[in-house]
Design a protein. Structure first.
Length: 442
């Protein structure tokens, strides 16, 4: 049995029009009778009254009543809609605590909802991820987890593994039974390979969709005075870097974050790369090379008819295995008959950079954000990858001649990882499933 908990759900550190104080637990209705002058409402009803401390009125409120277990938390819950001042909200909170509740820990209402079977961890974490979304795309992706399709997909994988584990256990412990499927290599291997394909596809989709949650680093590199700082400013649509006609203005790396089509990028305006005897400038050039190594996308900014030198070749060499985009700047100074179709031209100073933006986004298109197999949450993604590894180890073991009683360790590990995505792994539940499927008590 849980105790009674309370928290200011709408935020305790800001003045706002309305403040919501949430209580949950076995005695919250009794607590409200002590401090609320209005009627105790029926389930899913709203009543009006005052919150008082002894006989002193604290605030005029509306109270929403939710009888357990048919609500979000799964137990009796009350939400007080009070005026939103910090002082008033705190006084109500203190009054409730004085009458038998304690302050809730962060996330404790959602934790109780999970323990009461009202939501699984996928939805619980989706709620938290939605609250902390930094872009519209992140919010859209997180809200889709509320329909439980991702949970259903994971649970389907779990059920398939339960069947395989159960069949293995019965074949190992009860070889004399002839009314169950004999789990030979020819039977077990295809089942595991089918699972491997399903999970591999989910991991692949998940990795691609992570671009909406990760920050993709972009290094803008090139010779001095080719317009790198102007390009940074154009992408940001603000003056972040100093722009002059003097070569070598940028001596250190200037970083800035921006969002393009819902994807987060970290731009790095680097020092111009050239031969120099200036100690400070040489340090800046070395930093530029380091940024190429550390970035995922390299924008190599050049001017028309620019000859390739050793530094240009080094930029290309360091960009191997990365997304390399060669861009010709100062398009407005180039005659139209000299513009080639297979090149990207921009005018950073005039903000004419649409072709470059298309090139940046090219590899990040055609991602179906409605695909329920995608998992963006870091914890969940690590678990499904671990599950895939265990299944691959089981397949490898079978192909090397190991028997089911050996590889079942890897299969069970895969099951545990998947169960931990939606909820806490419990081997008793696995045993219950096995016995119900195979009627071992006959």
């Amino acid at each position: 049995m849980f105790d009674n908990i309370v928290a200011i759900s709408s935020g305790a550190k800001v003045n706002q029009a309305i403040s919501i104080i949430r209580l949950s637990g076995p005695d919250v209705f009794e607590i409200m009778k002590k401090i609320f002058t209005g009627k105790v409402g029926k389930d899913k009803s709203i009543t009006y009254g005052y919150i008082k401390n002894d006989q002193e009125i604290i605030d005029e409120v509306l109270v929403m009543w939710f009888k357990g277990p048919n609500n979000f938390v799964g137990e009796d819950t009350v939400e007080i809609n009070a005026h939103g001042g910090i002082v008033v909200s705190t006084l109500i909170l203190e009054t409730i605590v004085a009458n038998g509740a304690r302050l809730a820990e962060p996330g404790e209402f959602s934790k109780r909802a999970f323990l009461n079977g009202k939501l699984d961890l996928v939805k619980a974490e989706a709620i938290n991820d939605l609250i902390h979304s930094k872009t519209v795309q992140q919010a859209k992706i997180n809200i889709k987890k509320f329909d439980r399709k991702t949970s259903m997909f994971i649970n389907d994988l779990i059920n398939k593994l339960v069947f395989i584990i159960g069949t293995c256990e019965v074949n190992i412990d009860y070889p004399e039974y002839d009314d169950i499927e004999e789990l030979t290599l020819e039977v077990l291997l295809p089942k595991l390979k089918d699972l491997e394909k399903e999970i591999s596809k989910a991991v692949e989709l998940s990795e691609r969709s992570r671009i909406y949650f990760n920050e993709i680093p972009i290094a803008i590199v090139g010779r001095p005075n080719v317009g790198k700082s102007s390009l940074l400013n154009a992408l940001l649509e603000e003056d972040k870097s100093i722009v002059t006609n003097i070569e070598g203005t940028t001596r250190d790396v200037v970083e800035a974050r921006f969002v393009l089509n819902g994807i987060n990028f970290l731009l790095k305006d680097t020092a111009g790369i050239r031969h120099s005897e200036n100690v400070i400038e040489k340090i800046g050039i070395e930093k530029s090379f380091k940024q190429i190594q550390d970035s995922e996308i390299i924008i190599h900014l050049v001017l028309e008819n620019q000859d390739e030198d050793d530094f240009e070749r080094k930029i290309k060499e360091l960009s191997e295995g990365k997304k390399y985009i060669r861009v010709i700047n100062k398009k407005d100074l180039i005659s139209k008959d000299k513009i080639k179709k297979d090149q990207i031209y921009i005018s950073a100073l005039k903000g004419e950079i649409s072709e470059l933006e298309k090139a940046i986004l090219f590899e990040y298109q055609n991602i179906d954000l409605d695909d329920f197999r995608m998992i963006q949450n870091t914890r969940q993604l690590a678990l499904i990858k671990s599950s895939l590894f265990s299944i691959q180890e089981a397949i490898k073991g079978l192909e090397q001649g190991y028997t089911p009683d050996v590889v079942i360790v890897d299969i069970t590990k895969a099951w545990e990882d998947l169960v931990n995505i939606v909820g806490r792994a419990d081997n008793e539940k696995l045993l219950d499933s096995m016995f119900s499927n195979f009627c071992l008590g006959k």
